[in-house]
Design a protein around this ligand. Structure first.
Ligand code: FES
Length: 284
């Protein structure tokens, strides 16, 4: 059993929640870019979530979870001092950072929760980091102070202009490139469509571009095949071959189609949670 030692909602919309969880073995080995799989109880589904931070001395791991489906909605109802049944990891490969001097780390929405620890690790290693963060609106902004501290420049935008610039992350990155800023690498994490279009922004410039993929996962060990993605015409398993992949090689259309596969089921499951919680849940 794994104890929740801290719980904090990160945005006004209360769609993204930070959990610090007692898991000494995971904390000992975790690196930026990796993920864990949690299960609330014996009957719970296995849900992957990226590692957002760790404290090796305290033996705790931080995750930031968007209320995006049945299991994540249930996790949002868990309180400090409660326990969850499984917290397995770290899984997947850590983000490669060797030899980098200047990078753009791009996060879209909850993707910033994954992008932030990568930016932080790079910044601490002395890599110059331009952090580009995009959100739907002011109510959905997360980690602004943390991202500012973890980067050389923080460039922010919202889709509706209710906070920072009214701009998508694709526009913000394009402006940097058109202004002549040179990056060794662009790392993008967010919705499939955002990553797809960001890959097209960097392609003409020939900038190596990495995306962190988070498809549906079950076992997280390369056995079930649920997390398969097409990269460069080959089938890869995000849980063991990734989650980082070359953005210019990923078949995003297939990724997005597979990601939507369980939407009807999730909506049905969430109706039951809304009944249980008095209909207060937001879909973020
Ligand atoms: S989650 Fe089963 S193969 Fe990756």
């Amino acid at each position: 059993m794994f104890k929740i030692v801290k719980k904090r909602f990160l945005n006004d919309a209360k769609t993204i929640c930070l959990f610090e969880i007692e898991a000494p073995l995971v904390a000992k080995h975790a690196q930026a870019g990796q993920f864990v799989i949690f299960r609330l109880d014996e009957q719970g589904e296995r849900t992957p979530v990226s590692v957002a931070g760790w404290d090796r001395e305290k033996g705790t791991v931080t995750v930031m979870v968007q209320n995006a489906g049945h299991s994540t909605a249930m996790l949002h109802t868990v309180e400090e001092g409660d326990y969850i049944t499984d917290f397995v990891g770290p899984l997947g490969k850590a983000t490669e950072m060797e030899g980098l001097k200047k990078v753009a780390v791009v996060g879209g929405g909850v993707g910033c929760a994954i992008a932030y620890p990568i930016a932080k690790e790079m910044h601490e290693r002395g890599i110059e980091v331009d952090m580009i963060a995009g959100f739907r609106s002011k109510d959905f902004v997360i980690l602004e102070d943390e991202m500012k501290a973890a980067s050389t420049n923080l460039i922010m935008g919202t889709d509706d202009g209710s906070y920072a610039r009214k701009a998508f992350t694709t526009e913000l990155l394009k402006e940097q490139l058109e202004a002549g800023v040179k990056y060794d690498r662009v790392i993008a994490i967010g919705p499939g469509l955002m990553m797809k279009f960001l890959a097209e922004v960097t392609r003409p410039y020939g900038i190596p571009t990495i995306v962190s993929l988070n498809p549906i996962m079950v076992d997280g060990t390369g056995m079930c095949g649920c997390c398969r993605v097409m990269v460069g015409g080959e089938t890869k398993f995000a849980c063991v071959d990734g989650p980082d992949f070359d953005a210019h090689q990923v078949d995003f259309d297939l990724l997005i189609k597979r990601g939507a596969f369980y939407n009807d089921f999730e909506q049905e499951a969430n109706k039951h949670i809304c009944k249980m919680t008095g209909g207060t849940r937001s879909n973020g």
